[in-house]
Design a protein around this ligand. Structure first.
Ligand code: GTP
Ligand code: MG
Length: 195
């Protein structure tokens, strides 16, 4: 996709606060610190459109971005950050679940996992949940630049097996540093959103 414009729209605390309108939407989910905001920035060729941080749990709201005035990219708050208080975790669950279950404009979800680590129970639960609700899913293995090519390939097999990836769900190796995988991700997004 040729990026003409990419702008922040709003931060929502729940489904009822999400922007109206019928723009097709693709959301990014994954553990805290996995690289969701970085991936979004890479997709739209911007360094700081979505805020990235070394501090896990930086993104705590549902953040909407509009691309070329036609597509929403949605940065969801990360899960699985141990230091988050129970109350905040419960809030997170409510917010993200209501969004995923109720958002009519949602065409697909990019589930990010860190290619260096075996997917966690949280990742497995998220993937299974997406399958249960028939949300088209692509799994993106991030931070590929941190491993050798051979090691990354081995780890992709572990990701596929641990999540028990369904045939046909794309699995894409990605790096926000090198841009590897960016075109593949756009191809998936365009496939979900064009009609
Ligand atoms: P939360 O908003 O807390 O859920 O985190 P996030 O998933 O949005 O992660 P974010 O994009 O903020 O990235 C977390 C850290 O990982 C930052 O220090 C990024 O610079 C780094 N990072 C993200 N993607 C990559 C990547 O592909 N390669 C490398 N080397 N670092 C990355
Ligand atoms: Mg973030």
């Amino acid at each position: 996709m040729k990026i003409i414009s990419a702008e922040f729209v709003t931060s929502a605390t729940g489904l009822d606060k999400c922007p109206a309108g019928s723009h097709p939407e693709v959301a990014l989910a994954g553990r805290s610190n996995v690289g969701k905001s970085s991936l979004l920035n890479t997709l739209v060729n911007r360094k700081r459109l979505a805020r990235t941080s070394n501090t896990p749990g930086r993104t705590q709201l549902i953040n909407f971005f509009i691309i070329n005035d036609i597509l929403h990219l949605v940065d969801l708050p990360g899960y699985g950050f141990a230091k988050v208080p129970v109350r905040v975790k419960a809030q997170w669950g409510k917010m993200v679940n209501s969004y995923l279950a109720g958002r009519k404009q949602l065409r697909g979800l990019l589930l990010l996992v860190d290619v260096r680590h075996k997917p966690t129970t949280d990742d497995q639960q998220m993937y299974n949940w997406l399958k249960t609700y028939h949300i088209p899913t692509a799994v993106v293995a991030t931070k590929a630049d941190k491993l050798s090519r051979g090691r990354a390939k081995q780890n992709l097999a572990v990701v596929r097996q641990t999540l028990q990836l369904v045939d046909g769900d794309p699995l894409i190796l990605f790096s926000a540093v090198s841009g590897q995988g960016k075109d593949d991700i756009w191809a998936v997004i365009e496939n979900w959103t064009e009609q």
